[in-house]
Design a protein around this ligand. Structure first.
Ligand SMILES: [Zn+2]
Length: 409
């Protein structure tokens, strides 16, 4: 393949030398990297805020491309970059609330997920109102959020199960509220029902297809594999919900799916985008190894089999060699999203090699827009554009606390 046909730039960064210390005793990355990344983050954040204001679309309140994504970034900044500055911290929470209150009329009552639908906006409002002392409003939004569970659990055959538009994306909204306000905030019975609905749906399709996998999922009639539309994302969300009885009683079926996915890994370390498509091409969070790594590490934590960790480590190799994408710097199908694969491996293994690799991808993002990448349709958005890059850069400052936004609990 000639370099012009490739979807990625050749990675010319040196790999980890095995000696340099990258972390200080408090877990943060060492100087001068810390100050450099902080400075670059502030620079990009300023550009991003200005760009967002100028290109704002009040009809799009999604986390993926719209106002919801900017609100999520602001919430994240209040917990990371501005954690120790009480005034700034409160200001960013208020900014997030302002954006969401302004875009509330954009709620469509259609899509059921954190990333693309009303539950994302509602669950952020639940958290923000609560943090800013407006408990009655927080409760109202929580009731609205929970009332959607009837539809999610009602067996609507047109509702998919995947993370971007389906039940697993609704599940994340509930986990998000729990993560910020405590597990007791949401009745475990409801979470259990949502997981059961996802499991029932997978079982139904598996039986219908006489598939040897106990759980099967499709989106638009294709058996997608990846984190955004596929089985990787669905199974990952279930494994992040271990307290649910329905998940506990189906761990064997869930593990069979993980086993099956392991067998689908390409020799390169990547994964197919769907079972219908056997080409080793896309290395994105949404399709491919950078999303699968999160599931494989989780499966290793839950089931304890070395095989799952070595599958995850293989993902890390292909992301390093082929992960500097021409599609840009975002988190869905860009360099920042791919770098989260390294942060995930670093958190699991403690191996500084992975932190080094994440830092090199961060360095790549410092030259935002200078590599000749395609400009995304929503250049300042969280999932396609600059807001996602800023989110990643603040996460790398304190790598042990990093989490892929709207996906990792
Ligand atoms: Zn994508």
């Amino acid at each position: 393949m000639s370099s012009s046909e490739r979807r990625y730039f050749e990675n010319r960064f040196e790999d980890y030398d095995g000696r340099t210390s990258l972390q200080s005793p408090d877990g943060k990355i060492v100087e001068p990297y810390y100050s450099r990344i902080r400075a670059e983050t502030h620079k990009l954040l300023k550009q991003c805020e200005e760009g967002f204001e100028h290109s704002r679309d009040d009809h799009d309140c999604s986390v993926y491309t719209g106002a919801g994504g900017m609100a999520l970034l602001y919430m994240h900044l209040s917990e990371t970059l501005f954690k120790d500055d009480e005034t700034q911290k409160q200001q960013y929470l208020k900014n997030a609330l302002k954006i969401l209150e302004h875009s509330q009329h954009g709620l469509k009552g259609k899509r059921m997920t954190f990333i693309c639908g009303d539950p994302g906006v509602l669950s952020m409002l639940v958290v923000l109102y609560s943090k800013l002392g407006q408990d009655a409003k927080s409760e109202t939004c929580l009731s609205k959020l929970l009332s959607l569970s009837d539809h999610v659990c009602g067996g609507d055959p047109s509702l998919p199960d995947e993370v971007l538009y389906g039940r697993a994306g609704y599940l994340f909204s509930l986990l998000f509220v729990q993560q910020h306000l405590g597990a007791e905030k949401i009745n475990l019975g409801i979470i259990n029902q949502v997981c059961q609905a996802i499991l029932d749906s997978g079982e139904r399709l598996s039986k219908h297809e006489r598939n040897r996998m106990p759980l099967m999922y499709t989106w638009h009639d294709k058996h997608y594999v990846g984190a955004a539309h596929g089985i990787v994302g669905i199974i990952y969300m279930l494994l992040q919900t271990l307290p649910a009885q329905s998940v506990q009683s189906n761990l064997r079926s869930i593990e069979e799916c993980v086993e099956f996915l392991v067998s689908e890994q390409f020799p390169s370390g990547n994964f197919p985008s769907s079972l219908e498509n056997g080409t080793d091409k896309l290395i994105h969070w949404c399709h491919g190894a950078p999303g699968a790594v999160h599931l494989m590490v989780k499966a290793y934590q839950v089931f304890g089999k070395d095989k799952y960790l070595s599958t995850a480590l293989k993902c890390g190799e292909v992301v390093w060699s082929h992960g500097l994408l021409k599609k840009g710097y975002g988190i869905c199908h860009g360099v920042a999203g791919n770098a989260y694969a390294f942060l995930c491996l670093f958190k699991q293994t403690g191996d500084p090699k992975y932190l080094h690799r994440a830092m090199k991808f961060a360095e790549w993002c410092f030259d935002y827009g200078k590599h000749g990448c395609r400009t995304p349709d929503r250049p300042y958005s969280l999932f396609e554009g600059m807001a996602g890059t800023v989110y990643f850069l603040t996460d790398i400052l304190d790598p042990k606390s990093s989490k892929f936004p709207a996906f990792e609990i």
